[in-house]
Design a protein around this ligand. Structure first.
Ligand SMILES: Nc1ncnc2c1ncn2[C@@H]1O[C@H](COP(=O)(O)OP(=O)(O)OP(=O)(O)O)[C@@H](O)[C@H]1O
Ligand SMILES: [Mg+2]
Length: 390
């Protein structure tokens, strides 16, 4: 057994390794301590981008700050580029300025009295680089973010999106190999956000740095991540490729946080090796059992509480009852044309169900429609109410 909180010595090409990390805060005035990082372990590989995703207050920034050395964790171990920078057991704490990382903040954090050039040059000057190298590296980094022409401006003379580009250039210029991002795009407008997101991915591919990227925006997470770590209350609920998390969430929490999901709690009415019948509030739903069970697939026994997840795009809509299983009559509540999809909301029994179809000639004014779902497109999860302690 691996000793808790100790890193494995045979770790391969991981650039960031976190093992058994815990950080507690005592609230002013007493009460139970807050535990924003709760026995967390994960790695970020070479040239990999891992996104920490979760709701406000779940502990994303605290975890990032522990890795940067801006917070001192209570337990566990952190290693960057193979060097242990924190170990509670061995009493190691390397200060932030001696950790081989760069950071990009939500608020840009540029020096207002320094030009764009000097801001980007700052980490190289701190490391004692010579003038020739500074000039070449800074102009290369500024060209990469399309700002070479603005090198002599001050931060107050350029836009917010341009300021964040400067912060990006400053983060990559010392070639630390590891860049931490804390919601870097949340202060810029939607269009600039998309451009910068693509630029970060492009720079990452070109320079090959490893990134740990905090956001609460699931679209941003899916677009930029090699792997997404979904955080809930200080713990990693699931970590995996965006496709894996989307199609095989391990819990109703993950399913509802990533993309939109219809979640139907119920009880197992019958099960065999190919099908599970779940009794939901609006009828019996047949769920196909995959040949290889994904991570979140719950123990199935008659009467066990479970949740069925249906992504809106797996639900078909028609005027006739589908001939196969899983056909339910519904009342149309709304229809919205969203370009790529037409989204319907239907009331089936008391359950409000969302369906997204490529096109449909069923009008919003029509009262009712049938929904149909192929059992193999449904996902069985543990019972969300039990998990939430209700
Ligand atoms: N210095 C501190 N002292 C006490 N509690 C703190 C401190 N810093 C953070 N917390 C608490 O820790 C929890 C996690 O905070 P954190 O900033 O890590 O959340 P977050 O996931 O980054 O949220 P957001 O998306 O809003 O930025 C919160 O409950 C917060 O109030
Ligand atoms: Mg935060």
């Amino acid at each position: 057994m691996e000793e808790k909180g100790k890193l494995m010595d045979n770790a391969t090409d991981a650039r960031i390794e976190v093992a058994g990390l815990t950080k507690r805060y005592l609230r002013r005035g007493g009460g139970k301590p807050v535990v924003p990082v709760n026995d967390t372990s994960f790695t970020v590989g070479s040239a990999e981008m891992v996104v920490l995703l979760g709701p406000s207050g779940c502990g994303k920034t605290t975890l990032l700050r522990c890795i940067a050395g801006l917070e001192r964790p209570d337990e566990g171990e952190i290693s960057i580029n193979g060097q242990v920078v924190f170990s509670s057991r061995r009493g190691i704490f390397v200060p932030p300025n001696r950790r081989p990382i760069s950071m990009v903040f939500q608020t840009y954090a540029l020096w207002p009295h320094m030009t764009v050039f000097d801001n980007v040059a700052y980490p190289l000057r701190c490391r004692g680089a010579d003038r020739g190298r500074i000039e070449a590296s800074v102009m290369e980094a500024l060209s990469m973010v399309g700002l070479a022409a603005l090198a002599r401006q001050y931060p107050g003379q350029i836009s917010g999106g341009q300021q964040q580009r400067v912060a990006l250039a400053r983060a990559v210029v010392p070639r630390t190999g590891v860049v931490l991002f804390d919601e870097p795009l949340s202060n810029v407008d939607a269009k600039v956000r998309e451009q910068l997101r693509a630029e970060i991915s492009r720079m990452q591919r070109a320079l090959g740095f490893s990134g740990l990227y905090v956001t609460h925006d699931q679209v941003e997470a899916m677009a930029i991540a090699d792997r997404v770590a979904l955080i809930d209350d200080g713990r990693i609920e699931q970590i995996g490729a965006p496709e894996e998390i989307y199609h095989h969430p391990v819990s109703p929490y993950v399913g509802s946080f990533i993309g939109s999901a219809n979640l139907w709690p119920g009880r197992v009415a019958a099960c065999d090796r190919e099908r599970v019948t779940v009794r939901t509030s609006f009828g019996d739903v047949q769920v196909g059992v995959p040949a290889v069970l994904p991570a979140g697939w719950p123990q199935v026994a008659p009467d066990a509480p479970v949740t069925v997840m249906a992504r809106p795009e797996v639900i078909a809509i028609g005027r006739e009852a589908p001939s196969a299983v899983n056909g339910f009559a519904g009342v149309i509540e709304s229809k919205a044309f969203l370009g790529a999809n037409v989204e319907f909301t239907l009331l089936v029994g008391k359950e409000r169900i969302r369906a997204a179809v490529p096109r449909s000639d069923i009008a919003a004014s029509e009262e009712s429609a049938w929904i149909g779902i192929d059992p193999k497109n449904l996902v069985l999860l543990s019972d969300g109410r039990a998990a939430a302690g209700q």
